[in-house]
Design a protein. Structure first.
Length: 376
């Protein structure tokens, strides 16, 4: 059509101009991507520093806190359905907290991985198991509460330690099965005599496979549990009424634990999907922010013991109580009491942890108050 309106020389000239403009466009696009890259490098550096703070807090608070929950719920309390739930959740959280050492070590070596392919696979395999196990156990807790409120007669006849233990075993087995593809895809990549632990080999087929299992991780590790848990608690709230629902101590703790889990893990899953399926510019930004989302996700593992302490009853009374008595109240189903022989050996250790929590949060509050005053 254009050739009918223009002469041959004019068409040739237009084609030349088109080629020139296209080259200019490509140069500008490359400059834009480089600017995004360098801006993201700076953003990534800041996020890595912030994420390290979260990782250290997870180690300092999460390891002793979850270890103490395992000690109390596993060894010092009468075994009930509630203690089975919290014991398994604390075990998963404890492993999560310990595995943050991987990210601390990785940052120390500037993301290099000097420990070989097998260790690379095992580390991330265990990480995924603990993530899936945590969310599956939270699902079990929600279903347990659902049956107690909606079908109390059935729950009274069928709710038992055997069912709870069997359900937890099933949750761990399912978590293991879903984590296997991620272990198989993990590999090491060497460039300039430096080894990296990467998600997949850099080719099209492995990229497609990793995209598929990333969707599986999002669906089974976040979407389905979110629907299940919100549905269960929606029915519970409707059955009990808002006032009764919010006044129950056990339900407040459960809701706090579940809300904290999903708020901490939501950015992690969303950013991974953006990295896998987003446009190049948005993927670069997601990669830069990803260290912060990972640290926030693992920070959730140290929140649960804190929530047990500060959600169970008034904060001031919690400080006065030994941590052992607080956990006892949280986990108790029928007023379960610990024997007096265990009290002395636990009080000294538990009081120290309470002081540690109180000292940390008081420092955070003071620093925030100072910042607000400075801004004013």
């Amino acid at each position: 059509m254009f050739e009918m309106l223009l002469t041959h020389d004019e068409v040739t000239q237009l084609k030349k101009w088109y080629k020139v403009l296209y080259k200019v466009y490509k140069v500008l696009e490359k400059i834009r991507e480089e600017n995004i890259y360098w801006n993201n490098c700076e953003l990534n550096h800041h996020n890595v520093m912030i994420s390290l703070v979260f990782f250290y807090l997870t180690l300092i608070l999460g390891v002793p806190g979850n270890a103490f929950v395992v000690y109390v719920a596993g060894l010092k309390m009468k075994r009930t359905v509630n203690t089975v739930w919290f014991l398994n959740l604390a075990i998963a959280d404890l492993f999560c907290c310990l595995l943050t050492l991987y990210y601390v070590i990785e940052s120390k070596f500037d993301d290099y991985w000097p420990y070989g392919s097998t260790t690379c696979k095992i580390f991330h395999f265990v990480m995924l198991i603990t993530m899936f196990a945590s969310v599956f156990i939270l699902n079990l807790i929600s279903l347990d509460r659902f049956t107690q409120v909606i079908t109390p007669v059935w729950a009274q006849n069928h709710r038992s330690l055997f069912i709870a233990r069997l359900s937890c075993a099933g949750a761990w087995i399912l978590a293991l099965i879903l984590s296997l593809p991620f272990m198989m895809s993990r590999t090491i990549y060497t460039k300039n005599n430096k080894t990296y632990c990467v998600h997949y080999q850099f080719d099209v087929e492995h990229l497609k496979m990793y995209r598929r299992i990333s969707v599986i991780r999002f669906v089974f590790g976040f979407l389905i549990p979110l629907i299940c848990i919100t549905t269960c608690y929606g029915f519970i709230a409707r059955k009990l009424g808002r006032s009764h629902f919010h006044s129950g101590r056990a339900f407040r703790i459960m809701l706090a634990v579940i809300v904290a889990f999903f708020l901490c893990w939501l950015p992690y899953h969303i950013l991974l999907l953006i990295i896998m399926y987003g446009e190049k510019s948005s993927s670069l930004v997601a990669v830069a922010v990803n260290p912060l989302s990972v640290s926030l996700a693992y920070f959730n593992s140290c929140l649960n013991p804190v929530l047990y302490v500060f959600m169970g009853q008034d904060f001031k009374s919690n400080v006065k109580l030994s941590l052992r008595r607080v956990f006892e109240r949280v986990f108790s189903e029928e007023g379960t009491q610990m024997t007096h022989t265990t009290q002395y050996e636990l009080i000294q250790f538990s009081d120290r942890i309470v002081k540690l929590f109180h000292y940390f949060f008081s420092k955070v509050i003071k620093s925030n108050s100072a910042k607000v005053n400075n801004e004013k």
